[in-house]
Ligand binder design. Structure first.
Ligand code: MRU
Length: 358
């Protein structure tokens, strides 16, 4: 592979016939590259819940296509019955994961298309739904590219960058958010040294971020999450780059569990900590991070998954929060498609996005 084949990876798309969503099964990477054709409500729901498709923007794009695919089944109904079925599918998909706002936001956007079309014949509404899902996908490509351009203002050639989780092409479209600057910079001849947190317990950093960077020929080194302090102390890290799942109006940011610890370490060592955020991930309805619901997942992900033998007695209790909130005060800047926001974020985010129209 080269940079372009990574940044143009086909992670989520509508099938040619429009009756399925096609994804790379991210839960099998990097060992197997398997594409799935998903049509049934349960398999679409499970794809999100089981992280076959993951990353806040990718989940939003997937949900938009998924609700369209499901809506096609109700094409023969009158508007009112169509809407009842559509709303059921929308709510079912929306319940698959709680933290990344993109899922709810994109389903709400699709809902708006149906309601705006109430005077149209249902087949025409379906066309509008397909067009909206494609528009959501294209907008994400543009946002990722713009975010990556702004990110280049924050780096110099030879920078060491610490990453957490995966905010690359697999999690988004095209360049990604948190990794986009590295891909775009590399395309323009810059070199970077990425240190990738493995990201326990589901290992998105190990399995996906190093996969993307390695295939693109960008220097990357895998570390366990508890080694971040070591590489920072050794002076290997010039900046931390992370994505986000929901950014509150005051800049508090929910991202993959462990992100807040990285931010605290970065502050200790005086290293800038940057969040890369498409406007689709800002939730002005959340005033602060305290309003963000954190997903709790199964204990087996900690004790059993990825291990040959269980790592603890079956009766040992586990707490498995999938995300944590990084306080705005720990964030050096939030890089969006419209520019770079700095504290106070309540003002800077509202100035760029109108405090509610993001
Ligand atoms: O549980 P995941 O893998 O969906 O969590 C993903 C993350 O936390 C990413 O950092 C975030 O969605 C940003 S993706 C651009």
């Amino acid at each position: 592979m080269n940079i372009r084949s990574v940044t143009h990876i086909d992670n989520v798309r509508l099938s040619d016939s429009g009756d399925a969503v096609v994804i790379i099964d991210q839960s099998l990477l990097p060992n197997e590259t398997v594409y799935l054709n998903l049509k049934e409500p349960e398999e679409l729901y499970d794809a999100i819940h089981e992280l076959r498709v993951r990353g806040a923007p990718a989940i939003g794009i997937f949900a938009a296509y998924a609700v369209y695919v499901l809506a096609r089944r109700h094409a023969a109904l009158d508007y009112d019955s169509f809407y009842v079925n559509f709303a059921q599918d929308r709510d079912y998909l929306d319940s698959s994961r709680p933290t990344a706002v993109n899922l709810h936001a994109m389903l709400t956007r699709m809902d708006g298309v149906v309601r705006a079309g109430r005077e149209k014949p249902v087949p025409e509404i379906l066309e509008c739904l397909r067009d909206e899902a494609i528009a959501i996908h294209r907008e994400d490509m543009d946002m990722c590219r713009a975010i990556s351009e702004y990110g280049l203002e924050l780096v110099k050639d030879g920078f060491g960058v610490l990453t957490h989780c995966n905010a690359g092409p697999l999690a988004t479209s095209r360049y990604g958010t948190g990794l986009g600057t590295l891909f775009l910079g590399a395309e323009r001849g810059m070199t970077f040294h990425a240190y990738c947190d493995e990201t326990r317990p589901l290992l998105q950093g190990a399995r996906l971020t190093t996969y993307e960077l390695q295939k693109a020929g960008i220097d990357c080194t895998l570390i366990c999450d508890n080694m971040a302090s070591f590489v920072m102390r050794e002076g290997r890290i010039d900046a931390c780059f992370v994505g986000c799942d929901r950014v509150a109006a005051n800049g508090d940011t929910a991202n993959k569990i462990g992100t807040s610890g990285v931010a605290i370490l970065a502050k200790h060592y005086g290293i800038p900590f940057y969040v890369f955020c498409p406007s689709s991930t800002i939730d002005f309805g959340c005033k602060t991070g305290a309003d963000i619901k954190i997903e709790l997942r199964a204990p087996e992900e900690i004790k059993e998954k990825f291990f040959i033998q269980p790592t603890a007695l079956p009766e040992v209790k586990c707490l498995n929060p999938a995300f944590d909130v990084t306080d705005a005060e720990l964030i050096t800047a939030i890089v969006t498609e419209k520019g770079i926001c700095r504290a106070p974020y309540t003002e800077s985010l509202a100035a760029l996005f109108g405090g509610g129209e993001a």
